[in-house]
Write a protein that binds this ligand. Structure first.
Ligand code: SF4
Length: 297
């Protein structure tokens, strides 16, 4: 298989077959990411895609329905480029009826309503999106490439097209002292966009991220472990849409999962119970060890 970089998958589709159709990220600017820094974005050659599909045809389960397109942000490709690939997948792997994978808010924005509906008709129905935050100052500082208004508008357009989506929420992205503003603004934007799932990840700055330089220059300060848990609590409390929250990533200190609104109160009670028992130093040390993190300049 042609897989250039280790590919991330969302937990619910961890064992899903992957097909690399692009290399790199069209944006490549987020301060908290260095995955594709050394890769220029390009579409994979069609012969590589065909070779990988032939290999997948030999190894996937005969009733496998779902495949994830990968390589960075595969849905950055135009509809004209994507449709022949979706058709080829269906021809080589007839059991596939559903396409997922990572997608940017900008990749949705760049498509018309008709194009989104066309992609949905081919089975593009479950996208994983690094929305990260609905707090504009944090989105702007981190050069995320979208605003809270974009998140709401593109979320609503995906609903209209019949495309389900998961949003990541990067807790702590606004830096020390701004967790509450980040939580409230993010809950507001996500509630209006209505993701089917929200994946909560706590910011864990690594040495390779551009953010390491921001920290060194005194431009951004990491929030404490306690501030991040309080941020998560406020986010859960203010969410006002039907969605499933997954807060069990290995960067998460307090771990839980549940539906909003059904389990909302129980999730808040769980956080309230755990919060006073957290040892912030131990939690930080554990995250430093797992992620080779750099919290200080
Ligand atoms: S859009 Fe995603 S892959 Fe691209 S730089 Fe940002 S976080 Fe990294």
């Amino acid at each position: 298989m042609h897989i250039l970089k280790p590919q991330h998958q969302t937990p619910s589709v961890m064992n899903c077959p992957m097909l690399q159709i692009v290399q790199g990220c069209t944006h490549n600017k987020c301060h908290f990411c260095d995955i594709f820094r050394d890769v220029s974005f390009c579409k994979s050659p069609m012969h590589e895609i065909e070779e990988d599909l032939d290999e997948l045809a030999r190894i996937i389960r005969p009733n496998q329905q779902r495949i994830n397109l990968t390589g960075g942000n595969p849905y950055a490709l135009s509809c004209k480029q994507l449709v022949p690939i979706l058709e080829l997948v269906k021809q080589k792997l007839p059991s596939i009826t559903s396409f997922g994978g990572f997608c940017r808010i900008a990749d949705i924005k760049n498509k018309t309503d008709d194009e989104l509906a066309l992609l949905a008709s081919y089975g593009v129905n479950d996208l994983s999106i690094g929305a990260e935050s609905g707090y504009d100052p944090a989105l702007s500082f981190m050069e995320k490439g979208h605003t809270a208004a974009d998140i709401v508008e593109q979320g609503q357009r995906m609903h209209k097209a019949g495309i389900d989506f998961t949003f990541f929420y990067l807790v702590g992205m606004a830096g020390a002292g701004a967790g509450q503003e980040n939580a409230i603004a993010t809950a507001k934007a996500y509630s209006a966009a209505g993701p089917g799932h929200v994946l909560i990840v706590c910011i864990t700055p690594t040495k390779g991220w551009p953010l390491a330089k921001d920290i060194q220059a005194g431009l951004w300060e990491p929030p404490s472990e306690i501030e991040m848990i309080e941020e998560i609590r406020t986010f859960v409390e203010h969410l006002d849409c039907k969605t499933y929250i997954n807060c069990s990533h290995d960067t998460d200190i307090v771990r839980f999962e549940g539906m909003v609104p059904k389990d909302q109160q129980n999730m808040l009670l769980l956080i309230d119970d755990r919060l006073p028992k957290i040892n912030p130093l131990a939690a930080r040390k554990m995250r430093e060890m797992i992620h080779k993190a750099r919290f200080a300049g």
